[in-house]
Ligand binder design. Structure first.
Ligand code: ZN
Length: 391
């Protein structure tokens, strides 16, 4: 998208974000490097960094002596002036973290939920954010990111479907913005994790990857050349509800039957155990046909999706409860086997463990990402990739 011609305020905003993004990616960094990376003139960089310094968004770090020249003061991201809140919603609590521009968690708070009614949840989240920020009066809260398990239309601010919360088409962004009196961004658990990786793992810049989350529910994030692909109405990554059964009639909470969710999520596995008359509080140590079926369908579905999109890297992120030795090992085995007879080179596969703190901090990173030009979203961004000048 081209900026509006003559809009100096917008151009200044874009160039400030560009500078801030170079500091993020190369911190600590000299002004000369910023000019080289952005294509802005040294004088413009000096002006922009002066404004960012006075706002506390960046700080001056140590001086380094350059060859034959004066010592250059390096610039780093600020730690106190600006904070973002991230909230991880479950059906029992709102878990809030505050992060600074460097992505460091500086405070956290857990607020129990009275119910999963959207109005009640909104009030609990607003209260939790107020309590978390109470001792940070000197910092500016730039927004609240909320991570919800399920399908989230980030641009529309609507939770399309969340089995965990029992929500269908809930316009939670609008509801929470009114209660919290601050900008709100929604995203799924797995896209929140992706936002964190994109912002703070420099190896991923411009790359394509897929992240699959395996927990109470299943989810997927599709990242194309460094940006989260959201699809029509936020429905990209609807991996949990791909049909993988052959008329076995396992009912899913989405209303369909034989979704992958019914075979390979913690919810699906426990439903199957209940159907068999078992009561399993924990799945630890389990290695039987239920786990084998879960791993077979999961590994196959991940490989099928990866073959369709061709990412350089695939991450399968298990929650601590689903980080079961038999499940992870068999899933990896099935995934690799799917590439065994193919001329297609497999993507790098990483098995990871991500939990509530990753979802909450990831939600905060979705807010931080908006300050930097290298947005992690293809929704509603300026799309600026290079410095712009006034006409
Ligand atoms: Zn389903």
């Amino acid at each position: 998208m081209r900026p509006r011609a003559g809009s100096k305020a917008l151009i200044r905003e874009i160039n400030e974000a560009l500078v801030l993004d170079v500091v993020r990616a190369h911190r600590p960094v000299a002004r000369g490097r910023i000019a080289a990376e952005t294509g802005l003139s040294p004088a413009t960089v000096t002006g922009i960094t002066a404004r960012l310094l006075s706002a506390g968004l960046i700080t001056e770090a140590e001086a380094v002596r350059t060859t034959g020249g004066r010592p250059a003061r390096l610039l780093d991201l600020g730690t106190d002036a600006v904070l973002a809140a991230g909230v991880r919603l479950s059906n029992t609590e709102a878990y809030v973290v505050l992060v600074n521009l460097r992505g460091e968690v500086v405070a956290s708070h857990r607020e129990p939920l009275a119910s999963t009614r959207p109005q009640d949840v909104g009030e609990s989240v607003a209260r939790a954010v107020r309590l978390a920020t109470a001792s940070r009066a000197s910092s500016t809260l730039i927004g609240v990111g909320v991570a919800v398990s399920g399908v989230v239309d980030q641009q529309g601010g609507v939770v399309r479907h969340s089995g965990t919360m029992g929500w269908e088409n809930v316009p939670f962004q609008h509801q929470l913005t009114a209660l919290a009196d601050t900008p709100v961004v929604l995203d799924s658990y797995v896209n929140s994790v992706a936002s964190g990786l994109l912002l703070f793992d420099g190896r991923l810049t411009g790359r394509s990857l897929m992240i699959f989350s395996v927990g109470a529910s299943l989810g997927a994030s599709v990242v194309v050349q460094g940006r989260i692909h959201r699809g029509f109405s936020g429905t990209a990554g609807g991996f949990a509800h791909s049909c993988v059964g052959t008329g076995t009639g396992r009912p899913c909470h989405c209303g369909a039957e034989d979704c992958l969710e019914t075979w390979s999520s913690q919810w699906g596995i426990q439903r199957e155990l209940e159907r068999r008359g078992e009561t399993a509080a924990s799945l630890v140590g389990r290695d039987d046909d239920v786990i084998t079926s879960a791993a077979y369908r999961l590994g196959t579905a991940v490989a099928n999706a990866a073959k369709l999109f061709g990412p350089e890297r695939v991450v399968i992120a298990f929650t601590p409860e689903m980080n079961l030795a038999a499940l992870t090992a068999r899933t990896e085995q099935v995934f690799r086997c799917q590439y065994g007879h193919s001329a297609t080179p497999p993507p790098d596969l990483e098995l990871a463990v991500t939990g509530p703190s990753d979802h909450a901090s990831g939600a905060a990173y979705t807010v931080l990402a908006q300050l930097f030009t290298a947005s992690t979203s293809d929704a509603g961004t300026t799309g600026a990739g290079a410095a712009v000048t006034a006409d």
